[in-house]
Ligand binder design. Structure first.
Ligand code: AVI
Length: 324
């Protein structure tokens, strides 16, 4: 555990996963009969930058819709949530939502962004700390699904977990339930979790959101191959794979795949993997939830839904959950 001082940050806890984790996970995933990788591996520096561009796309409604909900319901959020709290943001990708959330709350005592992408985390946390000198900022570089012990680095007092963006949708349903149980432990009894969850809707809207006309999502998906080539000595030919997004109704999720354009062999870390034409590498699941479906999962994890906020078109939800 390494806590380094920084000019703006109160602390930096560096638990960045080793390269070995990435290597092992990718090699295992490529060896499966149905080749698959975990969505968390998209976020190298370029992947984080592409994701920020996705959030600005016309087709990708979640970001602006969630921001609208946070803005429209700011007064209610303030009423429901404790003052002077420590806000712990799980997977703090984009900086905009935390600013809206902090505005809604008034002035939390401390802000703890947790993110796997080290440079991106330090840039965003540093900028937030410089803008908000009265709020203590402790950046944590870690996989947000891993338990992190915060007791030594954050002040005592109420805790609010903040998990926007429907990132919970990228977890399998059982993993999502496990995350909720872990978040409940992190905030402690009487603490809160404010969580953004994308809602089920017309598949045409969903498929467009994950296959935009400009091709930014395609570039985001393909960037995973570039990362494997660079970090794991791979030789994926990027133009021999194409992006596909499809709605899987039985599983209630959007799936992203990279489709092999032809029969080909690829080397990664000295191992060879064969792809048939049309075979896919399954790179992401983005689960969508009904309001009741999500509230039931939260209740089962010991989190009571005090309020579920939605936009006028029922595209997206923000749940205020209390640890009971
Ligand atoms: C980060 N996560 C919630 C995004 C999503 O919508 O599942 C990632 C993403 N993948 C493609 N577009 C956006």
């Amino acid at each position: 555990m390494n806590i380094a001082a920084d000019t703006h940050l109160r602390g930096f806890l560096d638990l960045e996963p080793e390269l070995e984790d990435f290597r092992t996970a990718i090699l295992e995933g490529l060896a499966e009969p149905r080749k698959a990788t975990a969505a968390k591996f998209f976020y190298d520096e370029e992947g984080s930058r592409l994701f920020e561009r996705i959030c600005e796309l016309q087709e990708y409604y979640p970001t602006r819709t969630e921001c609208g909900i946070l803005r429209d319901h700011a007064a209610e959020l303030r009423r429901l949530l404790p003052e002077g709290a420590t806000v712990i943001e799980f997977g703090s990708g984009s900086a905009d939502k935390i600013r809206l959330f902090v505005q809604a709350l008034g002035r939390p005592q401390c802000y703890v962004p947790i993110d796997i992408s080290r440079d991106h985390l330090l840039d965003n946390a540093g900028a937030f700390a410089a803008e908000n000198p009265a709020i203590e900022v402790v950046a944590v570089c870690a996989d947000f699904t891993d338990p992190v012990r915060l007791d030594e680095v954050v002040p005592k007092g109420p805790r609010i977990g903040f998990f926007p963006g429907s990132t919970i949708g990228n977890l399998e349903r059982e993993e999502a339930a496990e995350f909720l149980r872990g978040a409940r432990r992190t905030v402690g009894q009487g603490g809160f979790l404010v969580i953004g969850v994308d809602l089920k809707k017309d598949p045409a809207i969903l498929e467009a959101a994950y296959d935009d006309a400009e091709g930014v999502t395609a570039a985001f998906n393909l960037n995973l191959l570039r990362r494997i080539n660079r970090e794991l000595d791979g030789d994926f030919e990027l133009n021999a794979f194409s992006h596909r997004a499809l709605w899987n109704d039985a599983e209630g999720r959007i799936e992203m795949h990279l489709v092999s354009e032809r029969d080909q062999a690829v080397a990664v870390a000295g191992r060879r993997f064969d792809f048939r034409e049309g075979e896919t590498l399954h790179t992401e699941n983005s689960h969508k939830y009904g309001l009741d479906e999500f509230r039931t999962m939260a209740e089962d994890a010991g989190l009571h839904a005090r309020r579920s906020l939605t936009d006028a078109n029922d595209l997206f939800s923000v749940h205020v959950l209390e640890a009971v």
